[in-house]
Design a protein around this ligand. Structure first.
Ligand SMILES: [Zn+2]
Ligand SMILES: [Zn+2]
Ligand SMILES: [Zn+2]
Ligand SMILES: [Zn+2]
Ligand SMILES: [Zn+2]
Length: 293
């Protein structure tokens, strides 16, 4: 299930407004069997959407590539309801071709950006995961708004992956009593467990849907779940699960030590990749193929 698919099923009331609405309700013209235009972007089978880290591709939700920066995103994850004919540019390349942009919500460069309602930029994935943040238009997923609703405490958290504080808003591990904080994009790079799934709630007013967003620090990743790592860090994708940790069972001190050492190495690698990315972000948009593809 991609983020977009989860979002699509859902309606969330937040600050008195509709947070997410059904794309399909609004765009019933887009049907599963619509013919793909002849000039449809090529489908790369190894492509992974940089918003949901999923490579799944359906007729109604293909992965688009920016013709300038080669960004790969699902139509629904980036809010592109119609497959564009001919060339397609991401918002950043379209609106800020001559300079890289900074995310208002995290310190990391690169990735899928949209503008905020006050003329700044933010990652779509940061906007999806930070609970207070919304999209003014939930089909086109822009502009990103309600950043002012983020409580001050979120901005003061120190990200345990990049170790930065005060440069963006963090989310926290969902495990009770774990306060480990991380930037959304740092967590993505580190391959932390992040899942969005629709939940059905039946109450007095009938059945409603909401999206459950769950993220865990590496220590609390549920056993057996496979970490999906972004393409850049293939080499560290060995998730050999010899640790059979039971919920509620106290870990032996050796196990804890081992797990901590393992995750320290993993986080260190992620930190290094992120720092390199921040330093190497291209200033000018020129057609290029990132080294990992
Ligand atoms: Zn996606
Ligand atoms: Zn682009
Ligand atoms: Zn961000
Ligand atoms: Zn971070
Ligand atoms: Zn945790």
């Amino acid at each position: 299930m991609t983020y977009a698919q989860a979002q699509r099923l859902v309606e969330v009331e937040l600050h008195g407004r509709v947070h997410r609405i059904s794309i399909m309700d609004n765009l019933d013209v887009v049907s599963e069997d619509d013919d793909v235009p002849e000039e449809a972007p090529e489908i790369d089978e190894d492509a992974v959407c940089c918003i949901c880290n999923d490579g799944e591709c359906q007729n109604s939700n293909v992965i688009l590539f920016c013709d300038m920066c080669n960004l790969a995103v699902h139509q629904e994850c980036y809010g592109v309801p119609y497959i564009p004919e001919g060339q397609w540019l991401c918002r950043r390349c379209l609106q800020s071709p001559s300079r890289a942009v900074d995310c208002a919500l995290c310190p990391n460069k690169g990735g899928a950006f949209k503008q905020t309602d006050d003329g700044r930029w933010a990652h779509v994935v940061c906007a999806l995961w930070i609970p207070e943040v919304c999209f003014a238009n939930t089909v086109f997923l822009e502009p990103i708004d309600s950043i002012e609703h983020i409580p001050p405490a979120r901005w003061k958290l120190t990200c345990y992956i990049c170790k930065q504080r005060g440069s963006g808003a963090c989310i926290q591990c969902h495990k009770a009593n774990c306060y480990t904080a991380f930037h959304v994009t740092c967590a993505q790079q580190a391959g932390l467990y992040m899942k969005m799934e629709p939940v059905r709630e039946t109450g007095a007013n009938g059945t409603s849907f909401s999206v459950r967003k769950t993220a865990y620090c590496d220590i609390h990743t549920p056993p057996g779940s496979v970490c999906k790592l972004p393409a850049l860090s293939h080499s560290e994708g060995e998730e050999e699960d010899d640790e059979e940790e039971d919920e509620g069972k106290v870990w032996s001190s050796e196990k804890v030590k081992k797990a901590k050492a393992k995750s320290r190495i993993k986080m260190k690698k992620a930190r290094k990749i992120l720092a390199e990315k921040r330093a190497a972000a291209p200033v000018v948009s020129v057609p290029c193929i990132p080294p990992h593809r």
